[in-house]
Design a protein around this ligand. Structure first.
Ligand code: MG
Length: 385
């Protein structure tokens, strides 16, 4: 099975490379795509000799070019990302890009009737309607990589859609679960980047701290499993052992458990519906002791509430929410926005936005572009004032 890996130098990308290396008879790496981390990309090129490579940054492309085998095609620049997804020969697109930039590649691969192993959240958050239609009309396949959605897929495999009553997504609650909300203004990027149970990239770790990430996962679950929002729940589970649960119509609850480790959901998305061996740390429930569960505090973590409201409202609302959040998080990491301002920035963007239908890639990306420009302009105006 030939894999095209987008976002190869990030944390999911590294785990995916490890998984491919573990099963050389089964998986091969057809192509790699990265943003600007030339050193890691060069190491991966040396290890896998991929036939196709994409790199976004022109400086990184200059560094990578001399390291390429003669048979490798290099794609560059904004158009190159679509180019590699359109032209490369692969069976599975593993999309681990961060941000709205991941949406168009998912669409392109589904149009080519490929399997998409999806770790990019934004594809379904901003473009759920477009992707659902492509899945209904074509022969493409969408398999989630995120631990929660993978857990749900593992619980429902072998069941019928009608037998599912409810989905319960678990959330670690992030590093600020117990911090009083009046202290949120003082949270520094370093504190927000220190996640208690999962090690992830910077953007998603901040989203985990605001619970925006969990809100995204609710929107994704709505599209992936075709359930209305009133049948999707979030429960805080600080130990991150239960990765999510499904409640069936006879009251049975199925949960998928394990130590927090992304290698399992990545491997499962590639081999689904088959399970391959994985020599990882095993869950020892007696050593864990207690598993605890709480209702999420949506007044303290307003991003979760904003997400679910935007999801219910539908159309371009989720695209606006996501774009405003991307700018707000980048600004927080740069130090120009406080942690407690993130939900306010998102809320303002949603209020000032004129919603439309999100039934084409262009409509979604236009809402994305416009929101980014508006939010950036508002933030810059504030800084000057
Ligand atoms: Mg997750």
């Amino acid at each position: 099975m030939k894999i095209l890996l987008l976002g190869s130098t990030g944390s999911i990308g590294a785990s995916a490379c490890a998984c491919i290396r573990r099963h050389p008879g089964r998986f091969s790496l057809a192509g790699l795509a990265a943003n600007r981390n030339a050193d890691t990309l060069i190491r991966q090129i040396e290890a896998f000799s991929p036939r196709w490579v994409y790199v976004a940054s022109p400086d990184a492309a200059d560094k990578v070019r001399p390291a390429l085998p003669s048979s490798t095609t290099l794609f560059e620049g904004p158009a190159g990302l679509t180019g590699i997804v359109e032209e490369a020969d692969y069976d599975v697109l593993l999309n681990a890009l961060v941000g709205a930039v991941g949406f168009a590649p998912t669409v392109t691969a589904l149009k080519r009737n490929k399997r998409v192993a999806l770790a990019n959240k934004e594809s379904l958050v901003i473009g759920g309607d477009v992707i659902t239609r492509l899945l209904d009309q074509g022969h493409g396949e969408l398999i989630p990589v995120d631990s929660e959605h993978s857990a749900i897929l593992q619980c429902i495999t072998g069941e019928t859609r009608e037998s599912v009553e409810r989905i319960v997504l678990t959330a670690s609650g992030g590093p600020f679960r117990e911090l009083p909300s009046d202290q949120f203004a003082a949270i520094t990027p370093a504190q927000a980047l220190d996640h208690p149970t999962w090690s992830m990239g910077n953007k998603i770790t901040i989203d985990a701290g605001t619970l925006m990430n969990k809100g995204f996962e609710v929107i994704e679950a709505h599209h992936l499993f075709r359930l209305p929002y009133d049948r999707l729940r979030v429960v805080v589970h600080p130990q991150s052992i239960v990765h999510s649960m499904v409640v069936f119509r006879d009251g049975a609850v199925m949960a998928q458990c394990g130590v927090p480790d992304m290698e399992l959901p990545i491997q499962y998305a590639l081999s689904y519906p088959e399970r391959l061996p994985l020599d990882s740390r095993r869950l020892d429930l007696a050593a864990v002791g207690a598993l605890t569960f709480f209702e999420p505090d949506v007044e303290k973590f307003r991003c979760l509430k904003l997400c679910i409201e935007a999801g219910r409202a539908g159309g371009t609302h989720p695209a606006v929410l996501n774009a405003a959040n991307e700018i707000a998080v980048a600004s927080f990491l740069e130090g120009s926005v406080r942690f407690d301002q993130i939900p306010a920035i998102v809320e303002r963007a949603l209020e000032s936005h004129e919603a439309g239908r999100a039934d084409s890639v262009e409509a979604v990306l236009e809402a994305d572009r416009r929101t980014r420009a508006d939010v950036l302009a508002t933030l810059q105006e504030k800084q000057r004032a």
